[in-house]
Write a protein that binds this ligand. Structure first.
Ligand SMILES: C[S@@+](CC[C@H](N)C(=O)[O-])C[C@H]1O[C@@H](n2cnc3c(N)ncnc32)[C@H](O)[C@@H]1O
Length: 278
């Protein structure tokens, strides 16, 4: 390879492909003005959601978890990758990795993390409501409650249908959320998390629509200023998410309580649903 070609290759690897409606790096007029499209929300609450401790936990999880053990070279999409906590460990495990996210700021952080680690990861800016790459992946991950964001239930189903379309035959989708049964055990009291810079975040959950949806108010208190954002998401029981996978056309749908393949029961902290394409 000539040095020009090498330079071109590096540039291709490093850039973020934008297939969102917005184009460019900012949100355009056609972009959704929904809560999840607020870049500032992800940036402001990043220290609480994407902490260094969580990054270490994720790296260990990806190295060891049975449900993340795929054949070497598998094409893995991290749908809603955020700042990329899973991307580098997945690439280090020997997979061909792509990250998709709507937030330019999160993709910038993901790009920087991959570059620092020398990980060859493709990054795409896209809305999960539209994104498909027919037959393009062997595995799609959607983790840390990045599902159920759309107000219309049909849109959340569409995300699963898009994923099915983007999987090769025999491929699998894993969705990891906080299950309704688990949430019911501790919801009610606001929770506060202290951040290393002295600021803190208070999280308060409210159940809506007869347990169909959850409203989470996040307040970040830094010095004498406070910023509040509200996240709305659908809540799913294991049976409901299972049935949604089936409706989207997945087969062999299985329910787990952790990435080691443990059962989803009263000890579980997460609800993980895996479906396959035929
Ligand atoms: C809770 S974070 C999880 C990030 C990552 N999966 C992790 O484990 O750290 C949710 C992510 O979903 C992205 N997101 C929200 N709505 C989206 C959409 N409609 N399409 C694509 N990404 C979206 C956000 O920008 C954010 O990075």
């Amino acid at each position: 390879m000539t040095s020009d070609a090498q330079e071109q290759n590096v540039r291709e690897v490093r850039e973020v492909r934008d297939v969102s409606d917005a184009g460019g790096t900012g949100l355009g007029e056609d972009s959704p003005q929904e809560w999840y499209a607020d870049d500032g929300l992800w940036v402001d609450f990043a220290p609480a959601m994407f902490s260094g401790d969580r990054a270490d936990t994720v790296a260990a999880l990806v190295r060891e978890a049975a449900l993340l053990d795929f054949p070497a070279g598998s094409r893995v999409l991290d749908l809603c990758c955020g700042p990329g906590l899973f991307l580098v460990p997945l690439a280090e495990r020997g997979y061909q990795v792509t990250g998709v996210d709507l937030s330019p700021a999160m993709l910038e952080r993901a790009r920087a993390a991959c570059d620092r680690a020398g990980a060859d990861v493709e990054l795409v800016r896209a809305d999960m409501l539209d994104y498909t790459e027919p037959g393009g992946y062997d595995v799609i991950l959607n983790v840390f409650t990045s599902f159920g964001y759309f107000t219309d239930p049909a849109d959340n189903l569409q995300v699963l249908r898009n994923a099915r379309r983007s999987l090769a035959p025999g491929g699998r989708l894993l969705v990891d959320v906080m299950g309704k049964e688990v949430l019911a055990g501790w919801i009610g009291r606001p929770q506060a998390v202290d951040l290393p810079d002295g600021s803190y975040v208070v999280q308060r959950d409210t159940v809506l629509d007869s347990w169909r949806r959850l409203r989470t108010d996040w307040t970040l208190v830094r010095g004498d200023t406070a910023r509040t954002s509200t996240i709305h998401s659908f809540l799913y029981s294991a049976a409901e998410l299972h049935d949604l996978f089936v409706e989207a056309g997945f087969t062999d749908v299985e329910i787990f309580g952790d990435f080691d393949g443990g059962p989803y029961d009263h000890h579980s902290r997460r609800l993980i649903v895996q479906g396959r394409t035929s």
